[in-house]
Design a protein around this ligand. Structure first.
Ligand SMILES: Nc1ncnc2c1ncn2[C@@H]1O[C@H](COP(=O)(O)OP(=O)(O)OP(=O)(O)O)[C@@H](O)[C@H]1O
Ligand SMILES: [Mg+2]
Length: 240
């Protein structure tokens, strides 16, 4: 089986000289869900931004059989849906419905069908009640839900979510896990949420200093890199 994402020797340096990626090799197979974890600043967001050409570094990045180059960008962005870490970067239309319909309309889908797709995606994330609201008036968790709907409405082949459970309430977190579990697409989920990684991803990769330092079974990696808060350790000391 051919991977849907193949990355080798990827290096990237930001303008201020930060070497954010220092030789990353990665693959993702059709239908597979992989969790990406690692410390703040280890390069996870920088990495996923290379998969739809928001950033371009040195090395090889091939998505759905196409190298990520300027010529392929339109096609690649149709197939790779990224829900960004900052939901505000994704929401820009006057109403929630406009925002979520924007992607399908842009794909050339006729308006009535685009609105249907948008409504269905908003239903999936529990935001149908907010169709006419201004996105910038939504709460943080609501913004994340709408940003996810915007990507789902495009029906991408590969779904990338950068910290999808941030700001979600516990039922929202559970609903998101159920929803993602039902979707057939290949998925990359960047997350500090060990519960979510365990629930959705059989395989995980661990980033450290712009490199992948571990690639294997989620359970095994969470243990190896000591990546969970033990409930007893997390309890504050009693004052009495
Ligand atoms: N626009 C930028 N200019 C300069 N340096 C940047 C920029 N964006 C990120 N960096 C740096 O690149 C490194 C990797 O950042 P990145 O955002 O990829 O980390 P991350 O693993 O996603 O972290 P987090 O878990 O906090 O989201 C960090 O050292 C960060 O400070
Ligand atoms: Mg990040």
């Amino acid at each position: 089986m051919q991977p849907v994402v193949e990355v080798s020797g990827l290096r990237f340096r930001y303008d201020d000289g930060t070497a954010a990626l220092q030789g990353v090799d990665f693959h993702l197979f059709p239908g597979e869900t992989v969790a990406l974890f690692g410390a703040n600043g280890s390069g996870k967001t920088t990495f996923v931004l290379h998969l739809n050409g928001v950033l371009t570094g040195e090395g090889r990045v091939v998505v759905c059989g196409m190298p990520v180059t300027k010529e392929n960008l339109t096609e690649i962005r149709r197939r790779v849906g990224i829900v960004f870490q900052e939901a505000d970067e994704q929401l820009f239309m006057p109403t929630v419905l406009d925002d979520v319909s924007f992607g399908p309309l842009n794909l050339g889908i006729e308006p009535a069908a685009a609105v249907e797709r948008a409504k269905s995606a908003l239903g999936d994330v529990g935001m149908l009640h907010a169709l006419d609201k201004a996105p910038y008036h939504l709460s943080a968790g609501e913004k994340r839900r709408v940003a996810l709907a915007g990507v789902l409405a495009m029906n991408p082949e590969i779904l990338i979510l950068d910290e999808p459970t941030t700001s979600l309430d516990p039922p929202g977190r559970r609903d998101l896990a159920r929803l993602l579990g039902r979707l057939p697409q290949a998925k990359i989920i960047v997350t500090h949420d060990a519960w979510l990684a365990r629930r959705l991803a059989v395989r995980s990769v661990f980033f450290e200093g712009g490199r992948i330092m571990g690639d294997g079974a989620t359970d095994e990696l969470l243990k190896r890199f000591d990546w969970e808060c033990d409930a007893a350790e997390a309890m504050p000391a009693r004052l009495d």
